[in-house]
Design a protein around this ligand. Structure first.
Ligand code: RIB
Ligand code: CA
Length: 309
């Protein structure tokens, strides 16, 4: 069977890196479109280029928006991912350069070239995808699946009390995407925490004798240490979880179909508001992943690092 054609919108970012490695191991990655988020765009673009170069992939990298659509950029996540977004591990910069085509235009072109087959995995602030939708509202009709890593479906955020980082960084972009997309698959932060992975397991994977494992070991040290210092029992890996759902849809054990909106103002700005009882009468736009097969998730992540799970 042909491999899935995947376009990844990403802000690498340590967890993004593992998700990108998973995609290259198990799918046909047609492009990486890069957003600002975890760290600034210059770093996220450089990190994407360094990663694909490290694994010898010819995957094109397209630079996107340098900040949110309308609001002043909020805090980055450099405290999690390092100032350079890759653990300040001191690796040499890559030699690959990004394509000249802007990310939003690349999203539209690739959706036409792979019409009906393309799977988009959005694991960054949704700025690029929102811009693409504004340029061409017909985009969803050409995309087979949209898997979004974002949100906190019962309000337990990770960047503010109620907002998850990707949505909280650009709430207006998320509002545009959630309002325009008939049905997307949502992998939220709370699911990520429920499916976190033991530090010892990740250390074992990262000790595999190959280039991608050594690279991930180096860039993830700071993030692993930060998480352990905060007393988190396991490491939450948001983007790899979303990528696992994209790569193996039948890994999902339980879902809920509901309307999901984004709060744009006030204390809860950036929160994902879920109509659990379908009170609003609004059409359901999200298939919320509520549970998935942990062993298969870990096996997919391990295989990306050339390690046995
Ligand atoms: O909240 C987790 C998300 O924010 C992940 O995509 C991580 O990479 C950060 O961008
Ligand atoms: Ca990310």
């Amino acid at each position: 069977m042909d491999k899935a054609k995947i376009l990844i919108d990403t802000d690498p970012g340590v967890d993004d890196a593992l998700a990108i490695l998973m995609a290259h191991r198990h799918a046909d990655v047609v492009g990486l479109t890069i957003a600002a988020g975890n760290v600034g765009l210059a770093h996220t673009v450089a990190n994407a280029l360094k990663l694909v170069e490290t694994i010898g992939a010819a995957t094109p990298v397209f630079a996107g928006c340098a900040g949110p659509l309308v609001a002043h950029p909020p805090e980055s996540a450099a405290f999690v991912h390092g100032l350079d977004g890759f653990g300040d591990s001191g690796h040499l910069p890559g030699v690959r350069r990004a394509e000249a085509e802007p990310a939003a235009q690349a999203i539209l072109r690739l959706s036409r070239e792979h019409a009906g087959k393309l799977v988009i995995v959005a694991m960054a602030p949704l700025t690029n995808l929102a811009l693409a939708l504004k340029l061409d509202p017909e985009l969803p009709s050409r995309v087979a699946r949209l898997v979004v890593m974002g949100g906190a479906v019962t309000g337990r955020g990770n960047t503010t009390v109620s907002a998850e980082f990707n949505i909280g960084f650009d709430p207006e972009a998320a509002h545009i995407v959630f309002s325009a997309w008939p049905k997307f698959e949502l992998v939220d932060w709370e699911l990520t925490v429920r499916h976190a992975i033991a530090y010892g397991t990740i250390e074992h994977w990262s000790s595999a004798d190959n280039a991608q494992a050594r690279f991930f070991d180096a860039i993830s040290r700071k993030t692993r240490a930060w998480s352990q210092e905060r007393g988190r029992p396991k490491l939450a890996l948001a983007d790899p979880l979303a990528m696992a759902v994209a790569l193996q849809p039948d890994i999902v054990v339980r879902t809920g179909e509901h309307h999901v909106a984004v709060a744009l103002d006030g204390l809860a700005r950036g929160a994902t508001v879920v109509d659990w009882d379908n009170r609003s009468g609004a059409a359901t736009n999200a298939r919320i992943v509520m549970e998935l097969d942990q062993a298969r998730f870990e096996a997919l992540a391990a295989s990306a690092l050339g390690a046995g799970s």
